[in-house]
Design a protein around this ligand. Structure first.
Ligand code: GP9
Ligand code: MN
Length: 632
């Protein structure tokens, strides 16, 4: 090869090419990323490119060859270190680096040491591009040539690199709609936008919440405490402590909407077991109960249950504010001598659960590693609900008692696929496969709950427990209105859409004999106060926005994350005020006072979370902490 003929920008091209290929090889060898189809493979392949084109391209602004080369090499070294640091951390934590991780090493034991112990000599591979570049700069004569970069050429170059970014984002969006707004988990982000872009995104998200937190101070809490204290919901004497010291099992019913309860589809019962509970003497079934989640969906529901606060309006609070101080239900129950945990057969980093559970002070996360998951017992998103319930009860047997554990079911998740042997009813008969299959997977989850109850009885855990179940969010989105109209036999107006946000809520207290159907208009935010009171835990100092459902003070009023609301008389949706009984439009003035109150609630919740205000609050005394006492 004649080096003299090397083109002008060979160092730039080499840097891009070498880093790109090395990054792609690293994806394939160092990270365990599940690639499901050729499109995902293609996205993975091209995803480092947009960032590399951009960052190395900045060298075109330097005037001399020396400066250009120096910039390229320094950038290359930094990128090699970033990638390698991810590799080392991944070996240990099965996760990519996040900004808070670097600052909160105490959360992770000794991050540095553990990363160090997972470094090998062969890791020089991660620096081959650096070596190659240094050699090229030394030996390629063209590398030393001085030439001026024409502005036009620079412009074309950056237009191209932008186009690359949009191509990447476009493809990623078709593979994973709402990728950047919902965040999902780090693996999905890296798979779709690449490690380097992921770090930029992470820095953006983290610094935004950091800035809001830095600007907040304890005085903002006064408004919140005043609000909460002026809306007390005193516990009912008969219900307070009725389940004291019992184990608590809270089940998130994936995508389960209330319309399936006590309903039929083509003559087939959809949820026979849950239906039987609605008539059971030990069960409270709430038939006017709504989800209050936003983009964080399952994780938002978890957040609401633990804190009786809303998730954030944009993005998922599990990602945006996992470094906050919370006064979660788990933390309260830790204080009552409970052993607290979550059972969910998925990666611990999925939805950033590992970080958020730490913030909630949940003592143990039984993640995918605690379950036996194989091809036979999984479908769709992972372990099927029946084996999940079976294995969970086995795990519960090993927990110190009393325990508080939350179980996240999974089978009834979009796209609602199931194996033939798990289909206990025929699919629905519309032109919409999603809706058709939904009934079958709901029916399957119902069977899983039945199995759970049987297993708890068999393993001697039933009598001394309380079992709480809630639907986490809608399963059938508005995109499926046509098939839903066919099923429900009515037109779906914004009023109906709001009513379809009803999810089932059950509180089952074995051998209590106090159960009945409750019609209180309520929502997920009410779970924390209700449950803690049933366990005999006082919450009068807790900053929660929900209220005990058994309290006489509980108001028939539920606010959705997007500002819609429902009361016993009104439904406010699509900025229109409806009569709750008739579904007809009614006088807007009737809704006005509630609109204001709904917005106030959302605003207070956002204020608490964005400002990380609970760090200024002493929940034992209900007093404001002075700044020096404030916990991080
Ligand atoms: C899986 C669960 C499902 O771990 O969080 O996510 P969803 O899409 O329902 O929020
Ligand atoms: Mn869900």
């Amino acid at each position: 090869m004649n080096f003299k003929k090397a083109p002008k920008h060979s160092i730039l091209a080499l840097a891009i090419l070498a880093t790109w290929i090395k990054t792609y090889i690293t994806y394939q060898t160092a990270f365990d990323m599940k690639i499901e189809n050729t499109m995902q493979q293609l996205i993975l392949f091209i995803n480092p490119l947009s960032f590399l084109l951009f960052i190395y391209g900045l060298s075109l602004f330097f005037k001399t060859a020396k400066a250009r080369n120096r910039y390229i090499i320094i950038t290359n070294i930094i990128l090699a270190i970033v990638l390698y640091a991810n590799v080392a951390v991944y070996r240990f934590f099965d996760d990519f680096i996040t900004l808070p991780m670097l600052f909160q090493t105490s959360n992770f034991g000794d991050l540095g040491n553990s990363a160090l112990s997972s470094m090998y000599f062969t890791d020089v591979f991660y620096f081959t591009d650096v070596i190659l570049l240094i050699l090229a700069v030394k030996f390629l004569p063209a590398a030393k040539e001085i030439f001026v970069v024409k502005p036009k050429m620079r412009r074309t170059y950056f237009v191209l690199s932008c186009a690359m970014l949009f191509l990447n984002l476009g493809l990623a969006e078709t593979e994973r709609p709402q990728l950047l707004t919902r965040s999902f988990d780090r693996e999905i982000l890296v798979k779709n936008i690449g490690t380097y872009n992921y770090h930029l995104y992470d820095i953006y998200i983290q610094s935004k919440s950091h800035a809001q937190r830095a600007l907040a101070d304890g005085s903002e809490l006064t408004e919140v405490t005043n609000y909460v204290k002026s809306n007390p919901a005193k516990a009912d004497d008969k219900m307070f402590g009725i389940a004291k010291d019992r184990n608590v099992i809270v089940i998130s019913l994936e995508s389960t909407q209330d319309f399936v309860i006590n309903n039929e589809m083509n003559g087939q019962e959809i949820t026979p077991f849950l239906n039987s509970l609605t008539k059971d003497k030990d069960t409270f079934y709430f038939d006017n109960f709504y989800h209050q989640t936003g983009l964080g969906k399952t994780s938002d529901a978890e957040f609401i249950v633990e804190n009786s606060l809303f998730g954030t309006g944009r993005g998922a609070v599990f990602f945006t504010n996992s470094g906050n101080t919370y006064n979660s239900m788990a933390e309260r129950l830790n204080g009552e001598g409970y052993y607290t945990s979550v059972l969910h057969s998925n990666n611990k980093s999925f939805w950033n659960r590992d970080m958020m559970y730490h913030a909630f002070d949940i003592k143990k996360f039984y993640d995918i590693d605690s379950f036996d998951v194989n091809d036979e017992n999984s479908v769709n998103w992972g372990l099927k609900d029946i084996p999940f319930m079976e294995q969970s009860v086995d795990i519960m047997k090993t927990m110190p008692q009393p325990f508080y554990t939350r179980m996240l079911s999974l089978t009834n998740h979009y796209p609602f696929t199931s194996d033939e042997e798990d289909q206990f009813i025929e699919p629905y008969t519309s032109g919409d496969g999603t809706v058709n299959r939904y009934f079958q997977t709901v029916r399957y989850t119902d069977e899983a709950i039945k199995k759970l109850f049987a297993d708890l009885k068999e393993k001697g855990l039933y009598d001394n427990s309380i079992i709480v179940m809630y639907g986490d969010h809608y399963g059938i989105s508005e995109n499926h209105n046509k098939a839903m109209e066919q099923y429900l036999g009515k037109e779906i107006t914004p009023f109906e859409t709001a009513k379809l946000q009803q999810v089932p809520f059950f509180v089952h207290i074995p051998n209590s004999g106090v159960g009945k159907v409750m019609h209180e208009v309520s929502g997920q935010m009410d779970i924390r106060p209700t449950l803690l009171h049933l366990l005999g835990v006082d919450t009068s100092n807790d900053l929660q926005l929900g209220a005990d459902l058994f309290s006489k003070d509980h108001e028939d009023f539920v606010t959705f994350r997007d500002g819609r609301f429902v009361t016993d008389k009104l439904v406010y949706a699509g900025e229109v005020c409806y009569d709750n009984k008739t579904g007809e439009k009614t006088d807007q003035a009737k809704c006005e006072p509630f609109i204001e109150r709904a917005n106030k609630k959302l605003e207070l919740s956002d204020q608490i979370i964005n400002g990380d205000l609970l760090r200024f609050y002493d929940e034992k005394t209900g007093a404001l902490k002075s700044n020096s006492e404030e916990t991080k």
